[in-house]
Design a binder for this molecule. Structure first.
Ligand SMILES: [Cu+2]
Length: 119
C-alpha cells in the first residue's frame, strides 16, 4: 500500500512538471499587423494552439482598423478599433480554421482579412 501511494505521488509530480514545461515552452500568442498604407494585414495566415490565445494587434496606420475573429458567422472575439497603436485581446479556441478581418466598413471586402489556424 505504501509503495503504491508513493508511485501515485511520483506520477502526479511528473504530470504536473510536464504540463508546466509544455505551457512555458509554448506561449500561445499571435501578432497581427495592419499595413501602414493599404487595406490589408501584413499576415495572411497566423497560427496558434488550442486554448486561450493572446492576440496582439498593431496598427501603424492613421486609418482606423480592428481585428475580429469569427468561425462562419459566429463572432468569437474582437480588438478595439485603433489608429497608430497596439491593442490586445484574448480568444479561447479549439483546433480549427478561423477567419480574422477588419470590421471598419469596406475594409474586409477590400482584402483586410486572413486565416487563424489553431492546431
Ligand atoms: Cu481596417
Amino acid at each position: 500500500m505504501r509503495r503504491l501511494s508513493f508511485a501515485a505521488a511520483a506520477a502526479g509530480i511528473l504530470a504536473v512538471t510536464a504540463a508546466s514545461a509544455a505551457f512555458a515552452a509554448t506561449p500561445n500568442a499571435v501578432k497581427i499587423v495592419a499595413s501602414p498604407t493599404g487595406l490589408k494585414y501584413t499576415q495572411k495566415v497566423v497560427r496558434a494552439h488550442p486554448g486561450r490565445i493572446k492576440i496582439t494587434f498593431v496598427n501603424p496606420s492613421a486609418l482606423k482598423h480592428d481585428v475580429n475573429v469569427e468561425k462562419g458567422e459566429t463572432e468569437l472575439g474582437k480588438s478595439k478599433t485603433i489608429t497608430k497603436g497596439t491593442t490586445t485581446f484574448y480568444v479561447t479556441l479549439k483546433a480549427g480554421k478561423y477567419n480574422f478581418y477588419c470590421s471598419v466598413p469596406g475594409h474586409e471586402d477590400a482584402g483586410m482579412h486572413g486565416t487563424l489556424v489553431v492546431s
